[in-house]
Design a protein around this ligand. Structure first.
Ligand SMILES: NC(=O)c1ccc[n+]([C@@H]2O[C@H](COP(=O)([O-])OP(=O)(O)OC[C@H]3O[C@@H](n4cnc5c(N)ncnc54)[C@H](O)[C@@H]3O)[C@@H](O)[C@H]2O)c1
Length: 353
């Protein structure tokens, strides 16, 4: 089979870089698009040049394009020149909390940047599967209306309808999203529309906590990665409300890349999927502290403030039933414990004490 070509936006980020490696190993030629905007959003700690260099040094079939997805003419020209066999769109302003300070940058990147890519794909390669990284923040704070029960270490759903987590049929309407959630809703609906209206093979992956050793974690984005960084550096980790019992479901970036591969090989049209670790890979912040301490051997130092982050989920885990039904060969392969072990090991290697 001729070499197939993949275009990956946000290629220097956590998910983008994992996707580049995964598909390069399968023999695809990779075109990465990134402009290190994460360092603009979050400062030096968010810099992803190290990850770009890692890809350039380790993947023979990788070509980096220093391009901004907000630059419409550049995106149209690039997609027309590459004519990829598939597109994976992971570039974003990814922080819930950061968006309020930079509403134009947030919307231009998340919503308009996605439209630029969709339209470029429709003109140049409409049959190419288009995978968009969306977020569980499209559901706004509506998950907080589900009845909850409290245990010693976490909140959990106290409603049998959500025993397996939040399904894709959950309403995205009439709740508080943050400006980030709203810009991602715009993109999510547009990606579905290019599927339903134009018949293009698109999907939206509504991520829970996507994580792994290659995240440039910062306080405002990259929960586990940042938590490990604080632990290893002896820095204080700030917990915002909900008694530290707020629950996140964590999925290793490898399992995200594996699902993206499954979709690209057998695409559907305009499908949203809730992609997270599911209940089995969920943990509260307090539970994450204990796991990180176990792997690092260092105590977690933390402070607590009563005020929660605006619109923050009290308990969220994804119902993976639809993903498993559509792609039965796919499932989670990396446990939460193994993910944390890898994050601790990678950060020790990148920043030896
Ligand atoms: N990590 C998570 O926990 C999580 C959870 C839910 C959804 N998501 C979504 O998954 C996607 C990937 O997340 P991630 O954690 O890999 O993010 P990341 O910040 O690690 O990677 C995103 C990359 O995109 C690049 N980028 C940003 N704006 C750009 C622009 N205008 N032009 C070109 N490149 C640009 C950044 O420099 C960065 O390298 C995002 O859409 C995010 O909203 C992530």
């Amino acid at each position: 089979m001729a070499t197939r070509t993949l275009l990956v936006t946000g290629s220097s980020g956590l998910i983008g870089s994992e996707v580049c490696v995964h598909f390069a190993q399968m023999g695809w030629a990779i075109h990465g698009v990134d402009n290190n905007q994460r360092a603009v959003f979050f400062g030096a700690a968010g810099d992803t040049r190290w990850n770009q260099r890692r890809l350039q040094e380790s993947l023979r079939s990788f070509e980096h394009h220093e391009a901004d997805i907000r630059d419409r003419e550049r995106v149209l020209a690039l997609v027309a020149a590459v004519k990829p066999d598939a597109i994976v769109h992971t570039a974003a302003q990814p922080s819930h909390d950061r968006a309020a300070a930079i509403p134009f940058d947030d919307f231009d990147t998340n919503a308009v940047g996605t439209l630029n890519l969709l339209e470029a794909a429709r003109r140049a390669c409409p049959a190419a599967p288009f995978v968009h990284m969306s977020t569980n923040k499209v559901y706004g704070d509506r998950p907080n209306t589900i009845r909850l029960k409290e245990t010693d270490t976490r909140w959990d759903y106290d409603d049998p309808a959500f025993a397996a987590g939040i399904p894709e049929s959950f309403s995205i309407d009439q709740s508080k999203h943050s400006l980030f959630g709203a810009s991602k809703v715009a993109a999510d609906v547009m990606v579905q529309e290019y599927g339903r209206y134009f018949g293009m093979p698109t999907c939206c992956l509504r991520g829970g906590c996507l994580t792994g050793p290659n995240h440039a974690g910062v306080e405002l984005h990259g929960f586990l990665s940042f938590l490990v960084k604080c632990n290893l550096e002896g820095r204080e980790y700030r917990v915002f409300g909900y008694k530290g019992k707020q629950v996140r479901d964590n999925i290793h970036s490898l399992d995200v890349a594996r699902f993206i591969h499954a979709f690209i090989e057998s695409p559907r049209v305009g499908e949203p999927y809730n992609i997270g670790g599911g209940k089995a890979n969920s943990c509260s912040i307090l539970e994450a502290f204990a796991l990180v301490e176990r792997f690092s051997g260092r105590p977690m130092i933390s402070t607590y403030t009563d005020e929660n982050r605006i619109g923050d989920h009290i308990c969220y885990y994804s119902d993976l039933a639809k993903m498993r039904a559509h792609y039965p060969a796919w499932d989670i392969t990396v446990s939460l414990e193994e993910t944390i072990r890898q994050i601790v090991a990678a950060q020790r290697q990148r920043h030896p004490a």
